[in-house]
Design a protein around this ligand. Structure first.
Ligand SMILES: *Cc1c(COP(=O)(O)O)cnc(C)c1O
Length: 500
Protein backbone atom coordinates (compact mmCIF):
# COMPACT_ATOMS: atom_id res chain seq x y z
CA UNK A 1 0.00 0.00 0.00
CA UNK A 2 1.23 3.52 -0.80
CA UNK A 3 2.20 5.29 2.42
CA UNK A 4 2.71 8.99 2.99
CA UNK A 5 5.74 10.53 4.67
CA UNK A 6 6.85 14.05 5.49
CA UNK A 7 9.15 15.93 3.11
CA UNK A 8 11.12 16.88 6.24
CA UNK A 9 11.73 13.34 7.45
CA UNK A 10 10.82 11.79 10.78
CA UNK A 11 9.10 8.50 11.45
CA UNK A 12 5.56 9.55 10.52
CA UNK A 13 4.35 7.10 7.85
CA UNK A 14 0.60 7.09 7.33
CA UNK A 15 -2.14 6.00 4.95
CA UNK A 16 -3.50 8.36 2.31
CA UNK A 17 -6.77 8.67 4.26
CA UNK A 18 -4.86 9.81 7.34
CA UNK A 19 -2.73 12.21 5.27
CA UNK A 20 -5.81 13.78 3.68
CA UNK A 21 -7.35 14.37 7.10
CA UNK A 22 -4.15 15.72 8.59
CA UNK A 23 -3.20 18.09 5.76
CA UNK A 24 0.26 19.00 7.05
CA UNK A 25 2.81 16.66 8.65
CA UNK A 26 3.63 17.09 12.34
CA UNK A 27 7.07 18.56 11.59
CA UNK A 28 5.56 21.15 9.17
CA UNK A 29 6.64 19.11 6.17
CA UNK A 30 4.22 18.19 3.39
CA UNK A 31 3.00 14.65 2.85
CA UNK A 32 4.43 12.86 -0.17
CA UNK A 33 3.99 9.25 -1.28
CA UNK A 34 7.01 7.06 -0.49
CA UNK A 35 7.02 6.39 -4.21
CA UNK A 36 5.04 8.06 -6.99
CA UNK A 37 2.91 5.23 -8.45
CA UNK A 38 2.97 4.25 -12.12
CA UNK A 39 -0.25 4.17 -14.12
CA UNK A 40 -1.71 0.66 -13.83
CA UNK A 41 -2.57 0.54 -17.54
CA UNK A 42 -0.56 1.33 -20.66
CA UNK A 43 -1.28 4.63 -22.32
CA UNK A 44 -2.76 2.77 -25.30
CA UNK A 45 -5.17 1.01 -22.93
CA UNK A 46 -6.25 4.33 -21.47
CA UNK A 47 -6.96 6.21 -24.71
CA UNK A 48 -10.65 6.95 -25.10
CA UNK A 49 -11.47 6.90 -21.39
CA UNK A 50 -13.63 9.78 -20.20
CA UNK A 51 -12.52 12.24 -17.54
CA UNK A 52 -14.14 10.42 -14.64
CA UNK A 53 -12.50 7.14 -15.62
CA UNK A 54 -9.08 8.80 -15.88
CA UNK A 55 -9.59 10.54 -12.53
CA UNK A 56 -10.58 7.24 -10.93
CA UNK A 57 -7.46 5.51 -12.28
CA UNK A 58 -5.14 8.25 -11.03
CA UNK A 59 -6.79 8.50 -7.60
CA UNK A 60 -6.79 4.75 -7.15
CA UNK A 61 -3.05 4.64 -7.85
CA UNK A 62 -2.21 7.16 -5.13
CA UNK A 63 -4.99 6.41 -2.65
CA UNK A 64 -4.96 2.63 -2.71
CA UNK A 65 -6.28 2.34 0.84
CA UNK A 66 -9.65 3.56 -0.51
CA UNK A 67 -11.88 0.87 -2.04
CA UNK A 68 -12.99 1.09 -5.69
CA UNK A 69 -16.48 1.73 -4.47
CA UNK A 70 -15.41 4.60 -2.22
CA UNK A 71 -13.40 6.27 -4.96
CA UNK A 72 -16.14 5.85 -7.56
CA UNK A 73 -18.55 7.50 -5.15
CA UNK A 74 -16.11 10.42 -4.71
CA UNK A 75 -15.49 10.80 -8.46
CA UNK A 76 -19.16 10.52 -9.42
CA UNK A 77 -20.23 13.01 -6.77
CA UNK A 78 -17.59 15.54 -7.81
CA UNK A 79 -17.63 15.51 -11.58
CA UNK A 80 -21.28 15.94 -12.45
CA UNK A 81 -23.44 18.78 -13.73
CA UNK A 82 -21.70 21.22 -11.38
CA UNK A 83 -19.46 21.55 -14.43
CA UNK A 84 -20.96 23.30 -17.38
CA UNK A 85 -19.12 21.11 -19.91
CA UNK A 86 -19.74 17.41 -20.16
CA UNK A 87 -16.05 16.73 -20.83
CA UNK A 88 -15.28 18.50 -17.48
CA UNK A 89 -11.98 19.80 -18.92
CA UNK A 90 -12.37 20.55 -22.66
CA UNK A 91 -9.18 20.96 -24.69
CA UNK A 92 -9.20 23.84 -27.14
CA UNK A 93 -6.59 24.64 -29.77
CA UNK A 94 -5.71 28.30 -30.27
CA UNK A 95 -2.57 29.93 -31.60
CA UNK A 96 0.30 27.49 -31.28
CA UNK A 97 -0.94 25.69 -28.18
CA UNK A 98 -3.64 23.46 -26.74
CA UNK A 99 -5.50 24.97 -23.83
CA UNK A 100 -6.83 22.60 -21.25
CA UNK A 101 -9.76 24.58 -19.91
CA UNK A 102 -9.90 23.95 -16.19
CA UNK A 103 -12.47 26.62 -15.42
CA UNK A 104 -15.85 25.11 -16.17
CA UNK A 105 -16.76 24.39 -12.55
CA UNK A 106 -18.84 26.41 -10.11
CA UNK A 107 -16.33 29.16 -9.35
CA UNK A 108 -14.85 29.45 -12.86
CA UNK A 109 -11.25 28.66 -11.88
CA UNK A 110 -9.16 25.48 -11.94
CA UNK A 111 -9.33 24.93 -8.21
CA UNK A 112 -12.86 23.60 -8.67
CA UNK A 113 -11.42 20.42 -10.14
CA UNK A 114 -9.73 19.41 -6.90
CA UNK A 115 -12.07 21.14 -4.47
CA UNK A 116 -15.14 19.49 -5.91
CA UNK A 117 -13.76 16.13 -4.87
CA UNK A 118 -11.81 16.98 -1.69
CA UNK A 119 -14.89 17.13 0.60
CA UNK A 120 -15.87 13.63 -0.53
CA UNK A 121 -12.35 12.31 -0.11
CA UNK A 122 -12.18 13.90 3.31
CA UNK A 123 -15.53 12.69 4.64
CA UNK A 124 -14.81 9.20 3.26
CA UNK A 125 -11.38 9.27 4.90
CA UNK A 126 -12.93 10.24 8.25
CA UNK A 127 -15.26 7.26 8.10
CA UNK A 128 -12.42 4.95 7.12
CA UNK A 129 -10.26 6.11 10.00
CA UNK A 130 -13.13 5.83 12.47
CA UNK A 131 -12.82 9.46 13.59
CA UNK A 132 -15.82 10.92 15.39
CA UNK A 133 -14.56 14.50 15.54
CA UNK A 134 -15.82 17.46 13.60
CA UNK A 135 -13.34 18.59 10.93
CA UNK A 136 -12.54 22.28 10.63
CA UNK A 137 -11.08 23.20 7.27
CA UNK A 138 -8.71 26.17 7.47
CA UNK A 139 -7.91 27.88 4.21
CA UNK A 140 -5.72 30.77 3.17
CA UNK A 141 -6.59 32.01 -0.29
CA UNK A 142 -5.21 34.37 -2.90
CA UNK A 143 -8.77 34.54 -4.23
CA UNK A 144 -9.78 31.35 -5.98
CA UNK A 145 -9.15 28.55 -3.50
CA UNK A 146 -11.37 30.22 -0.92
CA UNK A 147 -14.52 30.25 -2.98
CA UNK A 148 -13.92 26.82 -4.46
CA UNK A 149 -13.39 25.38 -0.97
CA UNK A 150 -16.45 27.16 0.44
CA UNK A 151 -18.54 25.86 -2.43
CA UNK A 152 -17.21 22.34 -1.92
CA UNK A 153 -17.62 22.18 1.86
CA UNK A 154 -20.77 24.30 2.30
CA UNK A 155 -23.22 22.35 4.49
CA UNK A 156 -21.14 19.16 4.31
CA UNK A 157 -22.07 17.18 7.42
CA UNK A 158 -19.38 17.06 10.11
CA UNK A 159 -17.30 19.95 8.74
CA UNK A 160 -16.78 23.66 9.34
CA UNK A 161 -14.81 25.83 6.97
CA UNK A 162 -12.90 29.03 7.78
CA UNK A 163 -11.40 31.06 4.93
CA UNK A 164 -8.88 33.93 5.14
CA UNK A 165 -8.22 36.17 2.14
CA UNK A 166 -5.97 39.24 1.82
CA UNK A 167 -8.04 42.41 2.21
CA UNK A 168 -8.25 44.49 -0.99
CA UNK A 169 -5.98 42.08 -2.85
CA UNK A 170 -8.62 39.99 -4.61
CA UNK A 171 -10.91 41.02 -7.46
CA UNK A 172 -14.38 42.41 -6.71
CA UNK A 173 -15.94 39.28 -8.16
CA UNK A 174 -13.68 36.98 -6.16
CA UNK A 175 -14.51 38.91 -3.02
CA UNK A 176 -18.26 38.79 -3.63
CA UNK A 177 -18.10 35.10 -4.44
CA UNK A 178 -16.71 34.53 -0.96
CA UNK A 179 -18.60 37.12 1.06
CA UNK A 180 -21.99 36.01 -0.28
CA UNK A 181 -21.33 32.33 0.48
CA UNK A 182 -24.26 30.54 2.04
CA UNK A 183 -24.07 27.51 4.31
CA UNK A 184 -24.29 27.41 8.08
CA UNK A 185 -20.77 25.97 8.42
CA UNK A 186 -19.02 28.67 6.33
CA UNK A 187 -16.87 31.49 7.84
CA UNK A 188 -14.98 34.08 5.78
CA UNK A 189 -12.53 36.77 6.93
CA UNK A 190 -10.47 39.41 5.15
CA UNK A 191 -7.09 39.91 6.79
CA UNK A 192 -4.94 43.02 6.68
CA UNK A 193 -1.89 41.59 4.93
CA UNK A 194 -1.07 39.75 1.73
CA UNK A 195 -1.56 36.11 0.75
CA UNK A 196 1.78 35.07 2.21
CA UNK A 197 0.70 36.49 5.59
CA UNK A 198 -2.55 34.54 5.41
CA UNK A 199 -0.77 31.34 4.43
CA UNK A 200 1.91 31.76 7.10
CA UNK A 201 -0.80 32.33 9.71
CA UNK A 202 -2.72 29.24 8.72
CA UNK A 203 0.43 27.10 8.65
CA UNK A 204 1.48 28.23 12.09
CA UNK A 205 -1.99 27.56 13.50
CA UNK A 206 -1.82 24.06 12.02
CA UNK A 207 1.45 23.27 13.68
CA UNK A 208 0.56 24.76 17.07
CA UNK A 209 0.13 21.76 19.38
CA UNK A 210 -1.56 23.71 22.18
CA UNK A 211 -4.23 25.04 19.83
CA UNK A 212 -4.76 21.53 18.45
CA UNK A 213 -5.15 20.31 22.02
CA UNK A 214 -7.62 23.02 22.88
CA UNK A 215 -9.76 22.16 19.85
CA UNK A 216 -9.40 18.44 20.37
CA UNK A 217 -10.98 18.82 23.83
CA UNK A 218 -13.97 20.31 22.03
CA UNK A 219 -13.95 17.38 19.63
CA UNK A 220 -12.64 19.37 16.67
CA UNK A 221 -9.81 18.46 14.30
CA UNK A 222 -8.13 20.96 11.98
CA UNK A 223 -7.48 20.17 8.35
CA UNK A 224 -6.58 22.04 5.20
CA UNK A 225 -8.07 22.57 1.77
CA UNK A 226 -4.93 24.30 0.48
CA UNK A 227 -2.76 22.60 -2.07
CA UNK A 228 -0.47 21.52 0.74
CA UNK A 229 -3.13 18.81 1.23
CA UNK A 230 -2.28 15.74 -0.82
CA UNK A 231 -6.03 15.28 -1.40
CA UNK A 232 -5.97 18.56 -3.32
CA UNK A 233 -2.95 17.71 -5.37
CA UNK A 234 -3.68 14.22 -6.65
CA UNK A 235 -7.01 15.03 -8.37
CA UNK A 236 -5.06 17.61 -10.42
CA UNK A 237 -2.76 14.95 -11.82
CA UNK A 238 -5.74 13.50 -13.69
CA UNK A 239 -6.16 16.36 -16.16
CA UNK A 240 -2.59 16.17 -17.40
CA UNK A 241 -3.02 12.45 -18.00
CA UNK A 242 -6.34 13.15 -19.69
CA UNK A 243 -4.85 15.92 -21.87
CA UNK A 244 -2.15 13.63 -23.21
CA UNK A 245 -4.69 10.89 -23.92
CA UNK A 246 -6.83 13.39 -25.83
CA UNK A 247 -3.89 14.59 -27.95
CA UNK A 248 -3.14 10.96 -28.70
CA UNK A 249 -6.76 10.21 -29.53
CA UNK A 250 -6.91 13.18 -31.92
CA UNK A 251 -3.60 12.03 -33.42
CA UNK A 252 -2.00 15.34 -32.53
CA UNK A 253 0.80 13.34 -30.92
CA UNK A 254 2.01 9.83 -31.73
CA UNK A 255 2.25 7.22 -28.97
CA UNK A 256 5.33 7.91 -26.87
CA UNK A 257 5.93 11.35 -28.36
CA UNK A 258 6.30 13.88 -25.54
CA UNK A 259 4.37 17.09 -24.94
CA UNK A 260 5.35 20.24 -23.08
CA UNK A 261 3.25 21.68 -20.31
CA UNK A 262 2.94 25.36 -19.41
CA UNK A 263 1.40 26.31 -16.08
CA UNK A 264 0.70 29.78 -14.69
CA UNK A 265 2.12 29.22 -11.25
CA UNK A 266 1.62 30.57 -7.76
CA UNK A 267 1.83 28.06 -4.96
CA UNK A 268 3.35 25.45 -7.31
CA UNK A 269 0.51 22.94 -6.85
CA UNK A 270 -0.76 22.81 -10.39
CA UNK A 271 2.63 22.40 -12.04
CA UNK A 272 3.67 19.83 -9.45
CA UNK A 273 0.62 17.80 -10.46
CA UNK A 274 2.00 17.80 -14.02
CA UNK A 275 5.31 16.49 -12.68
CA UNK A 276 3.44 13.70 -10.89
CA UNK A 277 1.73 12.86 -14.20
CA UNK A 278 5.16 12.48 -15.78
CA UNK A 279 6.35 10.28 -12.94
CA UNK A 280 3.24 8.12 -13.50
CA UNK A 281 4.32 7.54 -17.10
CA UNK A 282 2.95 10.41 -19.21
CA UNK A 283 5.70 11.62 -21.56
CA UNK A 284 6.18 15.28 -20.66
CA UNK A 285 9.32 16.93 -21.99
CA UNK A 286 9.55 20.38 -20.42
CA UNK A 287 7.62 21.99 -17.59
CA UNK A 288 7.35 25.69 -18.30
CA UNK A 289 6.70 27.52 -15.07
CA UNK A 290 5.07 30.89 -15.84
CA UNK A 291 5.11 33.70 -13.30
CA UNK A 292 3.98 37.29 -13.20
CA UNK A 293 6.11 40.14 -11.87
CA UNK A 294 6.53 38.20 -8.60
CA UNK A 295 9.12 36.09 -10.40
CA UNK A 296 10.75 34.27 -7.52
CA UNK A 297 10.31 30.93 -9.35
CA UNK A 298 11.76 32.21 -12.64
CA UNK A 299 14.90 33.21 -10.76
CA UNK A 300 14.92 29.93 -8.88
CA UNK A 301 14.90 27.76 -11.98
CA UNK A 302 17.58 29.94 -13.57
CA UNK A 303 19.96 29.94 -10.59
CA UNK A 304 18.99 27.36 -7.96
CA UNK A 305 18.59 30.23 -5.48
CA UNK A 306 15.16 30.78 -3.97
CA UNK A 307 15.02 34.29 -2.59
CA UNK A 308 11.75 35.61 -1.19
CA UNK A 309 13.40 38.80 0.10
CA UNK A 310 12.12 41.11 -2.58
CA UNK A 311 9.42 43.60 -3.31
CA UNK A 312 5.93 42.15 -3.47
CA UNK A 313 3.82 43.31 -6.43
CA UNK A 314 0.05 43.38 -6.74
CA UNK A 315 -0.56 42.46 -10.38
CA UNK A 316 -3.48 41.79 -12.71
CA UNK A 317 -2.97 38.04 -12.20
CA UNK A 318 -3.59 38.13 -8.44
CA UNK A 319 -3.85 34.38 -7.89
CA UNK A 320 -0.14 34.23 -8.66
CA UNK A 321 0.91 37.10 -6.40
CA UNK A 322 2.87 34.80 -4.14
CA UNK A 323 6.45 34.79 -2.91
CA UNK A 324 6.44 31.56 -0.92
CA UNK A 325 5.43 28.67 -3.18
CA UNK A 326 4.62 25.93 -0.70
CA UNK A 327 4.47 22.98 -3.04
CA UNK A 328 7.97 23.55 -4.33
CA UNK A 329 8.98 21.71 -1.16
CA UNK A 330 7.50 18.53 -2.60
CA UNK A 331 9.44 18.90 -5.85
CA UNK A 332 12.63 19.53 -3.89
CA UNK A 333 12.02 16.32 -1.98
CA UNK A 334 11.51 14.24 -5.11
CA UNK A 335 14.52 15.79 -6.85
CA UNK A 336 16.64 15.28 -3.73
CA UNK A 337 15.59 11.67 -3.66
CA UNK A 338 16.70 11.31 -7.29
CA UNK A 339 19.97 13.08 -6.53
CA UNK A 340 20.88 11.30 -3.28
CA UNK A 341 19.01 8.02 -3.71
CA UNK A 342 18.19 7.90 -0.02
CA UNK A 343 15.10 9.13 1.75
CA UNK A 344 16.89 10.31 4.87
CA UNK A 345 19.41 12.33 2.95
CA UNK A 346 16.68 13.85 0.80
CA UNK A 347 14.51 14.91 3.75
CA UNK A 348 17.51 16.23 5.62
CA UNK A 349 18.41 18.43 2.65
CA UNK A 350 14.82 19.67 2.29
CA UNK A 351 14.43 20.35 6.02
CA UNK A 352 17.64 22.40 5.90
CA UNK A 353 16.38 24.45 2.96
CA UNK A 354 13.04 25.10 4.61
CA UNK A 355 14.70 26.22 7.83
CA UNK A 356 16.82 28.63 5.82
CA UNK A 357 13.67 29.90 4.10
CA UNK A 358 11.96 30.49 7.44
CA UNK A 359 14.91 32.24 9.04
CA UNK A 360 16.56 34.05 6.10
CA UNK A 361 13.79 34.05 3.49
CA UNK A 362 16.27 32.43 1.15
CA UNK A 363 18.03 29.19 0.25
CA UNK A 364 20.23 27.68 -2.44
CA UNK A 365 19.83 24.05 -3.50
CA UNK A 366 22.87 21.79 -3.83
CA UNK A 367 24.74 21.30 -7.11
CA UNK A 368 23.32 17.75 -7.32
CA UNK A 369 19.78 19.10 -7.26
CA UNK A 370 20.52 21.83 -9.77
CA UNK A 371 21.41 19.03 -12.18
CA UNK A 372 17.99 17.45 -11.64
CA UNK A 373 16.08 20.69 -12.30
CA UNK A 374 16.69 20.79 -16.05
CA UNK A 375 13.20 19.70 -17.08
CA UNK A 376 11.80 22.90 -15.51
CA UNK A 377 12.12 26.26 -17.23
CA UNK A 378 10.82 29.50 -15.75
CA UNK A 379 9.67 32.73 -17.33
CA UNK A 380 7.75 35.82 -16.31
CA UNK A 381 5.63 38.61 -17.78
CA UNK A 382 4.73 42.06 -16.49
CA UNK A 383 1.11 43.23 -16.29
CA UNK A 384 1.19 45.42 -19.43
CA UNK A 385 2.41 42.61 -21.64
CA UNK A 386 -0.19 40.30 -20.12
CA UNK A 387 -2.92 42.57 -21.46
CA UNK A 388 -1.24 42.84 -24.87
CA UNK A 389 -1.11 39.07 -25.06
CA UNK A 390 -4.84 38.80 -24.33
CA UNK A 391 -5.48 41.34 -27.05
CA UNK A 392 -3.33 39.77 -29.73
CA UNK A 393 -4.61 36.25 -29.04
CA UNK A 394 -8.17 37.51 -29.26
CA UNK A 395 -7.56 39.52 -32.41
CA UNK A 396 -5.70 36.76 -34.22
CA UNK A 397 -7.55 33.67 -33.03
CA UNK A 398 -10.75 34.88 -31.36
CA UNK A 399 -9.72 33.04 -28.22
CA UNK A 400 -10.32 34.96 -25.02
CA UNK A 401 -7.87 34.22 -22.20
CA UNK A 402 -7.95 35.37 -18.61
CA UNK A 403 -4.88 37.17 -17.23
CA UNK A 404 -3.31 34.05 -15.67
CA UNK A 405 -3.67 31.99 -18.80
CA UNK A 406 -2.24 34.91 -20.77
CA UNK A 407 0.85 34.94 -18.55
CA UNK A 408 1.33 31.29 -19.45
CA UNK A 409 0.83 31.89 -23.17
CA UNK A 410 3.26 34.74 -23.23
CA UNK A 411 5.96 32.87 -21.33
CA UNK A 412 5.43 29.97 -23.73
CA UNK A 413 5.79 32.27 -26.78
CA UNK A 414 9.08 33.56 -25.38
CA UNK A 415 10.24 30.01 -24.75
CA UNK A 416 9.44 29.05 -28.34
CA UNK A 417 11.43 31.99 -29.67
CA UNK A 418 14.54 30.90 -27.82
CA UNK A 419 14.33 27.13 -27.80
CA UNK A 420 14.14 24.96 -30.90
CA UNK A 421 11.40 22.64 -29.80
CA UNK A 422 8.44 21.56 -31.87
CA UNK A 423 6.69 19.44 -29.28
CA UNK A 424 2.97 19.90 -28.89
CA UNK A 425 2.26 22.08 -25.89
CA UNK A 426 -0.56 22.05 -23.40
CA UNK A 427 -1.29 25.21 -21.44
CA UNK A 428 -3.25 25.05 -18.20
CA UNK A 429 -6.05 27.62 -18.72
CA UNK A 430 -6.73 28.29 -15.08
CA UNK A 431 -9.58 30.80 -15.02
CA UNK A 432 -12.47 32.05 -17.07
CA UNK A 433 -11.84 35.48 -18.61
CA UNK A 434 -14.93 36.62 -16.71
CA UNK A 435 -13.21 36.07 -13.40
CA UNK A 436 -10.92 39.07 -14.02
CA UNK A 437 -13.23 41.17 -16.18
CA UNK A 438 -11.73 44.64 -15.69
CA UNK A 439 -8.33 43.52 -16.99
CA UNK A 440 -9.76 41.46 -19.82
CA UNK A 441 -12.05 44.31 -20.89
CA UNK A 442 -9.15 46.74 -20.92
CA UNK A 443 -7.10 44.31 -22.99
CA UNK A 444 -9.72 44.06 -25.72
CA UNK A 445 -10.35 47.80 -25.86
CA UNK A 446 -13.52 48.20 -23.81
CA UNK A 447 -13.73 51.61 -22.14
CA UNK A 448 -13.39 51.94 -18.39
CA UNK A 449 -16.59 51.29 -16.42
CA UNK A 450 -17.56 51.73 -12.82
CA UNK A 451 -17.99 48.16 -11.69
CA UNK A 452 -16.98 44.63 -12.62
CA UNK A 453 -20.51 43.60 -13.45
CA UNK A 454 -20.86 46.10 -16.25
CA UNK A 455 -17.74 44.58 -17.75
CA UNK A 456 -19.31 41.13 -17.76
CA UNK A 457 -22.14 42.25 -20.01
CA UNK A 458 -19.90 44.32 -22.21
CA UNK A 459 -17.33 41.54 -22.73
CA UNK A 460 -20.20 39.22 -23.56
CA UNK A 461 -21.60 41.69 -26.07
CA UNK A 462 -18.24 42.19 -27.77
CA UNK A 463 -16.98 38.60 -27.80
CA UNK A 464 -20.08 36.41 -27.52
CA UNK A 465 -18.27 34.25 -24.92
CA UNK A 466 -20.82 32.88 -22.47
CA UNK A 467 -20.82 34.33 -18.93
CA UNK A 468 -20.43 31.55 -16.31
CA UNK A 469 -23.88 30.77 -14.97
CA UNK A 470 -22.79 31.08 -11.33
CA UNK A 471 -21.94 34.77 -11.90
CA UNK A 472 -25.44 35.70 -12.99
CA UNK A 473 -27.00 36.52 -9.61
CA UNK A 474 -23.81 37.41 -7.72
CA UNK A 475 -24.61 41.10 -7.59
CA UNK A 476 -28.02 40.56 -6.03
CA UNK A 477 -26.91 38.13 -3.34
CA UNK A 478 -26.66 39.49 0.20
CA UNK A 479 -23.18 39.88 1.72
CA UNK A 480 -23.09 37.44 4.64
CA UNK A 481 -19.44 37.82 5.67
CA UNK A 482 -17.90 41.26 6.10
CA UNK A 483 -15.25 41.06 8.83
CA UNK A 484 -11.79 42.53 8.29
CA UNK A 485 -9.27 41.35 10.88
CA UNK A 486 -5.63 41.83 11.83
CA UNK A 487 -3.06 39.08 11.25
CA UNK A 488 -2.84 38.30 14.95
CA UNK A 489 -6.58 37.74 15.31
CA UNK A 490 -6.75 34.59 13.23
CA UNK A 491 -6.87 32.15 16.14
CA UNK A 492 -9.51 34.15 17.92
CA UNK A 493 -11.87 34.30 14.99
CA UNK A 494 -11.46 30.56 14.51
CA UNK A 495 -12.55 30.07 18.13
CA UNK A 496 -15.51 32.38 17.52
CA UNK A 497 -16.49 30.62 14.33
CA UNK A 498 -16.39 27.24 16.01
CA UNK A 499 -18.20 28.50 19.05
CA UNK A 500 -15.51 27.20 21.44
C1 LIG B 1 -4.46 29.31 -7.89
C2 LIG B 1 -4.33 29.82 -9.26
C3 LIG B 1 -3.12 29.77 -9.95
C4 LIG B 1 -1.86 29.22 -9.31
O1 LIG B 1 -1.92 27.83 -9.12
P1 LIG B 1 -0.90 27.12 -8.13
O2 LIG B 1 -1.34 25.70 -8.06
O3 LIG B 1 -1.02 27.81 -6.82
O4 LIG B 1 0.46 27.27 -8.72
C5 LIG B 1 -3.09 30.20 -11.26
N1 LIG B 1 -4.19 30.71 -11.86
C6 LIG B 1 -5.37 30.80 -11.21
C7 LIG B 1 -6.53 31.40 -11.92
C8 LIG B 1 -5.49 30.35 -9.90
O5 LIG B 1 -6.66 30.44 -9.27
Amino acid sequence: MTKYISTRGGSEKISSAAAIIKGLASNKGLFVPTEIPKLPLTIEEMVGKDYKEVAFTVLKSFFDDFSDEELRYCVDSAYDDKFDKEEIVPIVQAGSAHFIELFHGKTAAFKDIALSILPYLMTTAIKKEGIDKKICILTATSGDTGKAALEGFSDVEGTEIVVFYPYKAVSKIQELQMTTQEGKNTHVFAIRGNFDDAQRGVKSIFTDPSFADELSKKNILLSSANSINIGRLVPQVAYYVYAYLKLLEEKTVKAGEPMNVVVPTGNFGNILAAYYAKMMGIPIRTFICASNKNKVLTDFFATGVYDANREFYVTNSPSMDILISSNLERLLFHLSLDAYGERNKASEHVAGLMTALETDGKYEVSEEIKKEMGMFVGGFVDPELTLKTIQSMYNKHEYLMDTHTAVAYDVYSEYKKHVCDDFETVIAATASPYKFPASVAKAIGIDEMTDDFEYLDEINKVTGVKIPSSFADLKERPVLHNRVIEKNEMKNVIRESLDV
